[in-house]
Design a protein around this ligand. Structure first.
Ligand code: FES
Length: 68
């Protein structure tokens, strides 16, 4: 399933980035090649980051506000 339609990024893509060490929304976006777009994927992205949270060291899953 797509997380970000604007950049054709799937849940598997995001999970792969998280597994390789991306911890924040900013890091996942950079690792997955998600450039600024419509922003409709933000909630889904944060949800996936939170799901990855059990391995948290206190930083993982942190929601980083995006600049407006
Ligand atoms: S759906 Fe991700 S920027 Fe539009």
């Amino acid at each position: 399933m797509y997380v970000c339609i604007c950049h054709a990024v799937t849940e598997d893509d995001v999970r792969g980035c998280l597994a390789q060490g991306a911890c924040t929304a900013r890091e996942v976006r950079a690792a997955c090649g998600m450039k600024p777009g419509c922003g409709a994927c933000t909630k889904r992205l944060y949800g996936l980051i939170r799901q990855h949270g059990p391995e948290s060291d206190g930083e993982r899953g942190t929601v980083q506000p995006t600049a407006a």
